[in-house]
Ligand binder design. Structure first.
Ligand SMILES: *[C@@H]1O[C@H](CO)[C@@H](O)[C@H](O)[C@H]1NC(C)=O
Length: 571
């Protein structure tokens, strides 16, 4: 009842009452419903201060898309001739009409906005709830995420003047109901204390113990990771992003290196923070995800400088944190800007409005355009997305469904590796199958015929793209040895190899890889990956998809091989 009356009120208000300029009707810009798991929790104090982001329409996103594909496609003459951030900004900056329409709207309401992206396509405003209600002809109120008890200020619909509607992508957070990321990554974590078993080093034989317990030595043997240190450290930074107060602990890193990679003892990471992020070093506050990611980034990409980007909660909205991370990197000087970004946090695609997913995807495209490889974990719930959940249709994860992200799934075992049953995989409901994987997706779908018909989107972008070890990977957390499990393991492992390829490319006077997928799916790229043909990813009461020869939505194109990838990039 209460929800129905709320919607009704929003509809009434959008009828034109709250139009300060009096010449331009308010039109509903976005609307939604309260998803299951959330409940209305009453009114919010009208004087409460809130911060909103206004995403403006970018002047030529299609042009940037074309350019990004051109510089990322090995078959294109422009391959790896990446853009500068300034060139990217030319495509994404709003038009002067957009800027003046939005400025007129905001200043007419006595609201001052500040730009929070280098190109000026994202504005931020802080205002009271009553003022926001008036500005957007809506009624914000409180909603609780039942499982966690977290309460946020949201609405079910909002309006903007007709004169600005075509200039705004969205105002956020308004209609987005995003469950908070729990236990850090939102990915499966299996903690089992055990004795250290450093595996014998061997470059050509994979020790039997790697079937049950994965160490850096296992990954060196499995994937051919070099042990020689990278040489071009200054120009080649591997960034690990961390969220929700998961902190990377230096003592845990030191302990990890002393056990598994003594030759790297003394290696450390740089810290960058945004949105009030911290990296508190109390051992009992170490984050499992942050520790794992930093330990494996430093351990598997020896000599590559690693930056831990700790993103705080100042703007308490997970998607905002992801967008802020991109804008932070775009604004960075070349000397501290990464060439690879690895992230083991994510969402289910249905948790975010499509408008926000598209904005995020366009943000990752900007990173790709300037030569940054962006990798995200594909999730740990098989076809049910991030985590095992009850579902009636398959749940694709985000932002891996963005075609400009490299989505990393999970494998396990010694050769032949098999797809890990937790490996998140499927098809986006928001992004269509990109050109680079059209043949692969078509071949896969043809192979399964009508199976699961109606449970997944036949025209969606398929994920993951690639995969790596995901089960029982040893790491140090809070001073103790644990196993970590999930595509959270696979992602920094794969990202480390990309960083090492970049190091060799730079040494040879060549540009770095940037947006990876068109290369990975090219004949050269796919030949450098080990196709995983066994395994399935159950979920939603089904056996999930099955791996097969060629790309599949369990393990993607397969796992990396350093020597073959070096050859594939022309070295
Ligand atoms: C399937 O994906 C396409 C994009 O590829 C999207 O437009 C469509 O709405 C999706 N269908 C469903 C049922 O979500």
């Amino acid at each position: 009842m209460r929800l129905i009356s709320l919607l009704h009120l929003a509809a009434v208000l959008s009828g034109g009452n709250a139009n300060p300029l009096g010449r331009d009707a308010m039109v509903v810009h976005e609307s939604g419903a309260v998803p299951s798991g959330f409940s209305h929790a009453g009114p919010v104090s009208p004087s409460q201060e809130i911060t909103l982001r206004i995403a403006l329409v970018q002047s030529d996103i299609a042009g940037l898309q074309e350019k990004t594909y051109a510089v990322s496609d090995p078959a294109n003459a422009l391959y790896r001739q990446h853009l500068t951030p300034e060139e990217v900004a030319e495509y994404v900056k709003p038009s002067s009409e957009t800027i003046s329409a939005v400025n007129e709207w905001l200043s007419g309401n006595d609201i001052a906005a500040k730009s929070i992206s280098p190109a000026g396509d994202m504005l931020q405003i802080s205002l009271s709830v009553s003022k926001a209600d008036e500005l957007l002809a809506t009624q914000f109120s409180l909603f609780t995420h039942v499982a966690s008890g977290t309460t946020n200020i949201r609405t079910l619909a909002y309006s903007v003047p007709a004169s600005v509607q075509n200039h705004i992508q969205f105002v956020h957070p308004t209609i987005a109901f995003v469950p908070p990321l729990t236990s850090g990554p939102g990915f499966t974590v299996v903690h089992r204390k055990r004795e250290a078993t450093p595996t014998a080093r061997s470059s050509d034989e994979v020790p039997e113990s790697c079937a049950n317990s994965v160490t850096p030595a296992c990954l060196q043997a499995l994937y051919g990771f070099p042990t020689a240190k990278a040489t071009n450290s200054a120009a080649n930074i591997l960034a690990v992003s961390g969220y929700i107060d998961q902190w990377a602990n230096s003592d845990d890193l030191a302990e990890f290196l002393s056990i598994f990679l003594p030759e790297l003892e003394g290696s450390s990471f740089n810290l960058q923070t945004l949105d009030g992020g911290e990296n508190i070093q109390t051992l009992s506050e170490a984050g499992d995800e942050a520790d794992f990611d930093v330990e494996y980034a430093i351990g598997m990409a020896p000599g590559v400088p690693v930056t831990f980007i700790s993103v705080g909660d100042d703007f308490f909205d997970d998607a905002g944190g992801f967008l802020d991370t991109v804008n932070f990197i775009l604004a960075e000087p070349a000397a501290t800007r990464p060439t690879v970004l690895t992230t083991s946090y994510g969402f289910n695609e249905d948790e975010l409005p499509a408008s926000v997913l598209v904005e995020m995807c366009n943000a990752y495209m900007q990173l790709g355009a300037i030569g940054i490889s962006v990798l995200f974990a594909s999730g740990d719930g098989g076809v049910s997305g991030l985590q095992p959940t009850e579902c009636t249709t398959f749940v694709p994860s985000a932002p891996g469904g963005c075609p400009f992200v490299t989505s990393v799934g999970g494998t396990t075992g010694v050769p032949p590796e098999v797809g890990a049953s937790l490996s998140g995989g499927g098809f986006s409901n928001v992004f269509t199958t990109p050109e680079y994987q059209i043949g692969d997706v078509a071949a896969y779908l043809a192979s399964i015929g009508n199976e699961y018909s109606g449970l997944y989107n036949v025209s969606g972008r398929g994920l993951p793209d690639v995969s790596a070890q995901a089960i029982d990977v040893e790491f140090i957390w809070m001073g103790e040895l644990f196993f970590f499990t999930g595509t959270s393991c696979s992602t920094p492992i794969f990202a480390s190899m990309v960083s090492l390829l970049n190091d060799r490319l730079i040494a040879a006077g060549k540009p770095v890889l940037g947006f990876l997928n068109p290369f990975l799916y090219s004949p050269l790229g796919r030949a450098a990956l080990t196709d995983i043909t066994v395994g399935n990813n159950p979920g939603c009461g089904t056996d999930g998809f099955f791996a097969r020869t060629g790309w599949d939505p369990v393990t993607g194109l397969g796992t990396p091989n350093f020597e073959l990838l070096l050859a594939a990039v022309g070295l």
